[in-house]
Ligand binder design. Structure first.
Ligand SMILES: Cc1cc2nc3c(=O)[nH]c(=O)nc-3n(C[C@H](O)[C@H](O)[C@H](O)COP(=O)(O)OP(=O)(O)OC[C@H]3O[C@@H](n4cnc5c(N)ncnc54)[C@H](O)[C@@H]3O)c2cc1C
Length: 431
């Protein structure tokens, strides 16, 4: 029987691990590599804000695993993993709607756990129920359509107060996701909506970011973070630091001090926690639930189990941020260490080396910190585009996104709401 290496999660870490293992074992037949994930595609998350602003077609940042696999040997099964039994060396799944897997436990000889992370609401009352999440492709599509839906209603209401509420867009969390999202919204709302929706004036639109800490863009060089803040202020985006959200209601948030802001769209990007699968693993976990693994990324009591990506905290790099390049490197090291372990060779250690930080502040402007060089502006934005295009997985996807960007530079954005609009609580109840 060939030994089975099971990888949970087809994200940055899981895909990299599968590719690395495939490369190492080739057609040897001694190994079966099985990738299990609940979606049949790899999602390029850095471009999610541009889905929410209608700049890119959603399918263009999702690469089907079966295309990505190409001639590689690893098997893929779409199924949702429910639990991991480290003692019996098996995982329990629910079959996906495609019924590709019958749901029986999957045994393994080696396991790489890489299911990513989830949103943390810090127990803030109403946050989970009354804000929009922004992690998956579907989240970004929903945010885009809800924003456009709010604009449709704002366009025809005669109630000024209601229009202002419908056109107030709030992001909770001033990390790079929240900042890139609000900058993208700015392009959509001022570059398209304010021009095409005749009942909406630019003055009616309000964009606000609430950040609990003293700074936005933590992890970015302080000078670039400050520069970004000034840039956003010049665009009219309100960035309110030291402003923790204390409660969320349907259509409003309460800030520390009691101030209430009414807003139709509130997106939560403030916190990240380890995936529940990882939190339920035995062993030590850090403050946000990530599995604390040794420098080879193994769970100490189970050398055959590796944790990689957003849900792993390597003791050799506890400060590593939860970003794509870290997950990719985790995936690579976990795969190589399985090869080394099988061949009784010394294992590699994970060390965090920052590859820099790139933040887009909307069309034509970005801030970049790479290799100790910091720059901002139009060329930084071009650099941002080139890097993201290069990093996109699959030539077809690269062409599709490049074409989306070119079309976006020539034509207006696409405001079609393709899902059935929600019933309007305002119009439907109007006398
Ligand atoms: C909106 C947004 C923007 C971002 N922008 C950037 C950026 O610009 N630059 C950057 O470097 N990083 C960015 N990140 C962070 C980056 O996406 C993560 O650090 C990275 O995805 C982590 O990789 P991962 O492999 O650990 O998890 P993911 O890439 O999240 O992959 C996890 C995989 O596991 C699957 N899965 C989850 N649960 C189960 C289950 N129960 N059963 C089976 N499969 C499961 C998921 O469907 C997914 O395919 C962004 C993240 C978000 C949400």
């Amino acid at each position: 029987m060939p030994k089975r290496i099971l990888i949970l999660g087809a994200g940055f870490a899981g895909i990299q691990a599968a590719v690395e293992l495939d490369r190492a074992f080739g057609d040897s037949g001694e190994i079966e590599i099985l990738l299990v994930s609940d979606q049949n595609y790899f999602l390029f998350t850095p471009l999610l804000p541009q889905i929410a602003s209608s700049n890119i077609d959603p399918r263009h940042i999702a690469q089907a695993i079966r295309d990505l696999r190409g001639a590689r040997r690893f098997r893929f099964v779409r199924a949702t993993v429910r639990s991991v039994d480290l003692e019996r060396r098996e995982v329990h799944t629910n079959p996906g709607p495609s019924r590709q897997w019958d749901g029986s436990p999957i045994s393994y000889d080696y396991l790489i756990v890489a299911p990513g992370s989830r949103t943390d609401y810090f127990g803030i009352p109403g946050a989970r129920e009354n804000t929009l999440d922004f992690k998956s492709l579907e989240d970004a599509i929903v945010v885009r359509e809800r924003v456009l839906d709010a604009c449709e209603h704002a366009d025809h209401t005669r109630d000024d107060e209601l229009r202002r509420k419908l056109l107030t867009f709030v992001v909770v969390g001033g990390g790079y996701t929240g900042i890139e999202l609000v900058a993208e919204w700015h392009d959509l709302l001022f570059g398209y909506v304010a021009k095409r929706y005749r009942g909406i004036r630019a003055d009616d639109i309000r964009l606000i970011v609430f950040e609990a800490g003293a700074d936005i863009l933590r992890g970015v060089h302080p000078k670039l973070a400050e520069h970004s803040r000034r840039r956003l202020a010049r665009k009219g985006i309100e960035v309110r630091t030291n402003s923790p959200v204390m409660r969320c209601f349907q259509g409003s948030v309460e800030i520390k001090g009691g101030e209430i802001i009414s807003a139709e769209i509130i997106v939560w990007t403030a916190g990240v926690r380890a995936h529940s699968l990882v939190e339920s693993l035995p062993g030590t976990h850090d403050r946000i639930g990530r599995a604390v693994v040794n420098e080879s990324l193994q769970i100490e009591a189970h050398p055959e189990v590796f944790v990689a990506g957003d849900s792993a905290a390597a003791i050799s790099a506890m400060e590593a941020p939860r970003v794509g390049p870290v997950a990719i490197e985790h995936g690579r090291i976990a795969a190589l260490n399985i090869v080394h372990h099988m061949r009784n060779e010394p294992l590699e250690s994970y060390r965090f080396v920052s590859k820099g930080m790139l933040v887009s502040l909307g069309m034509n402007y970005a801030v970049v910190n790479v290799g100790g060089i910091r720059f901002s502006g139009y060329f930084a934005w071009l650099f941002w585009n080139v890097v993201h295009l290069y990093k996109l997985v699959g030539f077809k996807k690269q062409v599709q996104v490049a074409v989306d960007w070119l079309l976006g530079a020539v034509f207006t954005r696409d405001a079609a709401i393709v899902r059935r609009p929600r019933n309007c609580p305002y119009c439907d109840n109007a006398p």
